[in-house]
Design a protein around this ligand. Sequence first.
Ligand code: ATP
Ligand code: MG
Length: 424
Amino acid sequence: MNDILPDEAELWERFEDTVRGWLRAYGYRPIRMPVIEPTPLFARAIGAVTDIVEKEMYSFVDSLNGEPLTLRPEGTASCVRAAIQHNLLYGSPQRLWYAGPMFRHERPQKGRYRQFHQFGIEALGFPGPDIDAEHILMCARLWDDLGLTGIRLEINSLGSGAERGRHRAELIAYLEGHGDALDTDARRRLHSNPLRILDSKSPAMQGIIEGAPRLMDFLGDESLDHFGGVQALLKDAGIPYRINPRLVRGLDYYNLTVFEWITDKLGAQGTVCAGGRYDGLVEQLGGKPAPACGFAMGIERLVALLHEEHGEEAAQAARMAPDVYLVHQGAEAQGPAFRTAEQLRDAGFDVLLHCGGGSFKSQMKRADASGALAAIIIGDDEARAGEATVKPLREASEQKRVALEQLADEIGYLLFGEEDNGGV
Ligand code: ATP
Ligand code: MG
């Protein structure tokens, strides 16, 4: 679990601003859920025999009433619970998004943390492949908006429950044939959740997985049509993709379309975004049946990719510098300095008011380091005259004294090159 310090947090803020603008462009609305839920919600939604539920959840008993609770490992279960609980699905379908911390007790490594952060996007009540395609298209645009390149798309279809059932029987028979060669995880899951074995990252298992019966070969017309519908829209939008028949995802609620966006620039933890359809989940959690599709992006991994691809330039662009830094000294200057700072904020400027005293020289050093475009200096002299000195910090022009009533205009002119800064 990491502290995210100001230099890094500024980059997160910029990233989040871009994402929020992108979500508005597609008509998604915000929803905020608690970070703690009753433990059974996750077992029911994600599946009892999954890595997350078996070994990654931070679960505890509420000491006041004995209720089993869990820090959410993902957001879909909570979002669907909230939609059911508050009847959001009565009228029209819902396009929703949320963001925040998720918690999984994993082995920490680069790109894998125990508290990490996601943007989650969920579309509830949409049956067709059009919404699946919308989600994938959205991602492609976001990578573009963020200036990220080389994130490749893998898709698969998990078909229906019945199709997975028929595949499952053959898969178990195939895996049983490999008896001793299976690792302990695979042996344990052989009869409870064999599909998940295909998602195993163990190198020893890769050969066996390679030869396993493919779920794709068990899909019927309806599933294939849906998958074809998604692909037609992707092709139409010019979005390259690869069908990866072994893409199964780590959560049990998925059916039909699943997808992952993957980069090679972050080492082993290369999946920056993943999702798919989960048509059974609303009913499974007690709602009136409603089809749904969604995905989640890992903020840490996407910000790491921004560092990787744009380095200093990204950090620089995200840097939050004030417009002006207000330097003041002397008993008579303090009142006018505070009033002036507020006046400038009224006019729309970002003002860093020096606090804590010190010499003009040391204050000017702070002003320079703040990244402000100009320093405003109010000493006793200026205070008595009802004036301030404006000193540009990022260009070689002369400092000048200005009446306080004129100050906002002067700064507007300095910053934007216009006499009239009414648009600030
Ligand atoms: P992985 O295969 O990397 O474990 P996952 O399938 O468990 O990922 P999801 O539950 O689909 O991941 O979460 C969506 C995204 O959230 C991932 O693609 C990844 O970007 C991010 N993510 C998941 N777990 C972590 C983690 N422990 N630390 C950082 N980011 C994570
Ligand atoms: Mg995982």
